[in-house]
Design a protein around this ligand. Structure first.
Ligand code: HEC
Length: 112
C-alpha cells in the first residue's frame, strides 16, 4: 500500500504531461477554423477548386498579390458577386487574424 501512492502519483503526472505535450504540438489555431469554415470551398489544403474559382493559397504569386489587410477585409465582408461569404458576425477579430496567419503559412515558398 505504501508503494501504491507514489505509483499513482507518477501515473497521474505522466498523463498530465502527455496531455500538455499533445497540445503543444497542435497545429496553428487557424488550421481548425479553416477546416471547419473554409475548407469546403477552399480545399483542406487551401489549393482551391477550379469549379468554384477559389484561389490557390499555396501559390506564392497569389500570396504576394494581397496584403494582410486585404485578406482580413475579404474574410470580414466577403467578395460581392462571388460565393465568398462575409464572416464579420461569425468570427472574432483574433480568429480572423489566426486565419490570416494560417493562410500565410500555406505559401509554398515558405515550406522550402
Ligand atoms: C461558400 C464558399 C466559400 C467559403 C465557405 C469561403 N470562401 Fe473564401 N472564397 C470563395 C470564393 C468563390 C472566392 C473567390 C472569389 C473571387 O472570385 O475573387 C474566395 C476568395 C477568398 C479569398 C481571396 C480574396 C481575394 O481578394 O482574392 C480569401 C482570402 C478567402 N476566400 C478566405 C476565406 C476564409 C478564411 C474562409 C473561411 C473563414 C472562406 N474564405 C470561406 C468561396 C468561399
Amino acid at each position: 500500500m505504501k508503494r501504491l501512492i507514489p505509483t499513482l502519483f507518477l501515473i497521474v503526472a505522466s498523463l498530465c504531461f502527455m496531455a500538455l505535450a499533445t497540445q503543444a504540438e497542435d497545429k496553428p489555431a487557424g488550421a481548425d477554423l479553416f477546416k471547419q469554415k473554409c475548407s469546403m470551398c477552399h480545399g483542406a489544403d487551401g489549393k482551391g477548386f477550379a469549379a468554384l474559382k477559389t484561389p490557390d493559397f499555396t501559390d506564392p504569386k497569389w500570396q504576394r498579390s494581397l496584403k494582410d489587410k486585404d485578406i482580413i477585409e475579404t474574410i470580414k465582408n466577403g467578395k460581392k458577386g462571388t460565393p465568398m461569404p462575409p464572416f464579420a458576425d461569425k468570427l472574432k477579430e483574433d480568429e480572423i487574424q489566426e486565419l490570416v496567419n494560417y493562410i500565410r503559412s500555406l505559401n509554398s515558398e515558405k515550406k522550402k
